[in-house]
Each structure stands twice: as structure tokens, then as C-alpha cells.
Design a protein around this ligand. Structure first.
Ligand SMILES: C[S@@+](CC[C@H](N)C(=O)[O-])C[C@H]1O[C@@H](n2cnc3c(N)ncnc32)[C@H](O)[C@@H]1O
Length: 220
């Protein structure tokens, strides 16, 4: 898979150079390119934003540099996503669907957002990471990229992504590791029993309980 990220702030993307994502890049499971929209703006000022037509606060990212940036990488196989609070709210099912794509272009807005003609012309999907406003699309792009990349086959061991929160509409059970007793707090006996059937049952019931308490909407 190739992920191209279009941004005015390329230096914000160092988190994608760490840990599991770094390994996925090294193992050629994914190629990530951070592309500076400003390098497609015109000299001498390399201007990328202007005041909104009709008035109002803030600045709007202009058509020209973003059109040129998209046209430099877009293919019939590309899926273009604009990170936007107006979009459909991102979830694990969408991450699973996106992990099967060959090429994703993530467009990061800033200021008041981007000129609507960019969205209309390229038929871009708008995706939100939640009902709150951030200063830019850079963090949302990293959230989306991270959640998609870890689902690409071979990036994690298969069982790590099967039994986790949101698979089967449930949240994950409690996790424990050594030591078995820490400051008088003992791990539930059943987890030390070696009885896999009973452990599975115990974890499933715990998942149900936690989901009922924290996210009853998932059970509907
Ligand atoms: C300050 S926001 C613009 C908000 C916009 N004026 C509105 O009211 O919908 C600047 C940029 O941050 C990004 N952004 C902010 N919140 C987001 C969210 N919840 N999900 C995805 N992107 C978001 C978008 O790329 C947006 O263009």
C-alpha cells in the first residue's frame, strides 16, 4: 500500500517514523510520502490560503496548490480522503476496508478548511475522527494512517487484530501480565488455570460487561 499525505506542515509527521509503523515501512508493507502543498504554490510568495468569499473569520486553503499536488500523484486506483469535522465519523470497520486499498491520499486542512471546489472536482470523501475541532488535519491523518497500516496483513501477527476492541462489536476484556500478585492485587485465578475454554468464557463475559458499561450503543 502507498499512503500520500498532503499537508502544509510536513514536520508534524515524525510519529509515523516510530515503532510498528516504522517497521511496516522498513518491511515494505507500506510506503508513506509526506508532501508539502506549499511546494505546488507559485513564486514569489508561495501563498496557499486566502480570505473566505462572503466574509467570515480565518483563512481558506486555495484551489491551485492543492489541485496541482493531487494531480501530481492521483491515479484511477487512488482513494482521496479529506480529514474534516464535517465527514463521516471514522471507525474500525472503515479502517479494515481502507487497509485493502492500494493507494490512499490524505488531504490535511488547516485554518478554516479548504476551497469546496477541490472536494467537488475530485469527488473526495470527507472523514472525521470525532465530534470536536482540531487546528489541522495532520493529527487526524496520522490517526487514520496508523489504524489502517496496523491492519495490513503481515504488519502485526494475525491474532493481535482479531481479538481486540470493536471486533464483534465488543470492547476488549481486561489484560494482566507478570507478576501474578502486585501490591496485594492478584490476577483472577482463572487466567492462571491453563483451562483455555474457561478462560475464553471468562473473557467473553468480561467483554460483555465492559461494553454494557462503557459503550452500550455497540450492543444494539
Ligand atoms: C479548525 S479546522 C476547520 C473547521 C471548519 N471550519 C469547520 O467548522 O468545520 C481545520 C482543519 O482541521 C482538520 N480537522 C479539525 N477537526 C477535525 C476532526 N474532528 N476530524 C478530522 N479533521 C479535523 C480539518 O482538516 C480542517 O480543515
Amino acid at each position: 500500500m502507498k499512503i500520500d499525505i498532503l499537508t502544509l506542515f510536513p514536520e508534524m509527521f515524525s510519529p509515523l517514523k516510530e515503532s510498528i509503523i516504522k517497521r511496516a515501512v522498513e518491511n515494505k508493507k507500506v510506503e508513506i510520502n509526506i508532501i508539502n502543498i506549499r511546494s505546488f504554490a507559485s513564486a514569489p510568495h508561495y501563498k496557499c490560503d486566502d480570505e473566505p468569499f462572503g466574509g467570515g473569520a480565518g483563512m481558506v486553503m486555495m484551489c491551485e496548490p492543492i489541485f496541482k499536488a493531487i494531480e501530481s500523484i492521483n491515479t484511477p486506483d487512488s482513494k482521496i480522503i479529506y480529514l474534516s469535522p464535517r465527514g463521516k465519523v471514522f471507525n474500525q470497520k472503515m479502517a479494515q476496508d481502507y487497509s485493502k486499498l492500494n493507494h490512499i491520499i490524505l488531504l490535511c486542512g488547516h485554518y478554516e478548511g479548504i476551497d469546496q471546489r477541490i472536494i467537488d472536482y475530485f469527488n473526495i470523501e470527507e472523514i472525521s475522527i470525532g465530534d470536536y475541532i482540531l487546528t489541522g488535519g495532520e493529527l487526524p491523518a496520522m490517526v487514520l494512517a496508523d489504524s489502517v497500516i496496523r491492519l495490513i496483513p503481515g504488519v502485526l501477527s494475525d491474532d493481535s487484530t482479531v481479538e481486540e476492541s470493536f471486533s464483534n462489536n465488543l470492547l476488549e476484556y481486561n489484560q494482566y501480565t507478570r507478576p501474578a500478585v502486585y501490591r496485594d492485587m492478584a490476577v483472577p485465578d482463572i487466567l492462571l488455570s491453563g483451562n483455555h475454554k474457561k478462560i475464553e468464557e471468562f473473557r467473553h463475559n468480561q467483554s460483555l460487561e465492559i461494553t454494557q458499561k462503557n459503550r452500550p450503543d455497540l450492543l444494539k
